[in-house]
Write a protein that binds this ligand. Structure first.
Ligand SMILES: NC(=O)c1ccc[n+]([C@@H]2O[C@H](COP(=O)([O-])OP(=O)(O)OC[C@H]3O[C@@H](n4cnc5c(N)ncnc54)[C@H](OP(=O)(O)O)[C@@H]3O)[C@@H](O)[C@H]2O)c1
Length: 249
């Protein structure tokens, strides 16, 4: 019960890495807010799974890139739980396209969700956490954001995740010493994002990993449990890479 008594909001937790994180947080005793944009049924199923564990959970629909929806989400969380201890900025989109086919709206959509969404949610969370005298903001980054690991055919996503590295490290300085800000950087993971890859891209991702496999959502969730717990209290501005050694190649 490493998170007993903590209230945790995970954006984009109806599926994939966010869902696995929400469930692991609940297994560790946290009350959980499951956020989604469109998939209400999936979000409600995550909430039911969590409630069966004997902890509290609610689902909140909000597009993290829309300011008033984010404000409403935090209002609902405070009405329900009265506080927020951990925010995980996990909602993200991937729109792979060759460079010459990219449009400005591809850039805008990706940055709005992957980066501006994290800004909007972190600002609302920080207001509450500064008043509470503590809290943790955690980000789902990506190995694509490493300066040497961006993917050809995926420049927008890679650039948005590089920005998330800087956002994580700089926000840690801005909010210290009250709020700790850290992140997890997954390598290619077994979620809906990778399920649409063609077989060659998937095979290459597996072969380029030194552990010869995709990362499972639970692998990422384990790192988030550690960062959300008191065990990581000496850390801020850190991004843990969970990629089976993918970035070594
Ligand atoms: N999969 C990978 O290989 C990989 C690798 C590195 C990093 N990541 C990062 O990990 C995070 C989660 O990825 P995933 O693979 O688990 O993705 P996923 O399975 O596609 O799930 C995406 C989640 O984000 C939500 N979402 C999308 N846009 C949103 C918005 N504007 N507002 C609120 N929620 C939104 C979705 O909600 P709905 O269900 O309602 O659509 C869903 O819950 C992302 O930040 C991604 O960039 C993934």
């Amino acid at each position: 019960m490493r998170l007993k008594g903590k209230v945790c909001l995970i954006t984009g937790s109806s599926r994939g890495i966010g869902k696995a994180t929400a469930v692991k947080f609940a297994v560790n005793g946290a009350s959980v807010v499951v956020n989604y944009r469109v998939n209400e049924n999936e979000a409600n199923e995550v909430v039911s799974e969590i409630r069966k564990l004997g902890v509290q959970a609610i689902a909140v629909k909000a597009d993290v890139s829309v300011p008033f929806e984010v404000k409403n989400m935090f209002k609902m969380v405070l009405e329900e739980f009265g506080k927020i201890d951990v925010l995980v900025n996990n909602a993200g989109v991937d729109r792979p396209k060759p460079f010459l086919d990219l449009t400005l709206s591809d850039w805008e959509e990706t940055f709005r969700v992957n980066l501006y969404g994290a800004f909007l949610c972190s600002q609302e969370a920080a207001k509450v956490m500064l008043e509470m005298g503590g809290g943790k903001i955690l980000n789902t980054v990506s190995v694509r954001g490493l300066s040497y690991c961006g993917r050809r055919g995926n420049i927008v996503y890679s650039a948005s995740k590089a920005a998330m590295y800087s956002f994580t490290k700089t926000l840690a300085k801005e909010l210290a010493p009250v709020i700790r800000v850290n992140g997890v950087s997954p390598g290619p993971s077994n979620t809906d994002i990778s399920r649409v890859w063609d077989s060659k891209t998937r095979e290459t991702a597996i072969n380029d990993s030194y552990l010869k496999r995709l990362v499972e959502p639970d692998d990422i969730a384990n790192a988030f449990v550690f960062l959300a717990s008191d065990e990581s209290n000496a850390m801020t501005g850190e991004v843990i890479i969970v990629d089976g050694g993918y970035n070594l190649s």
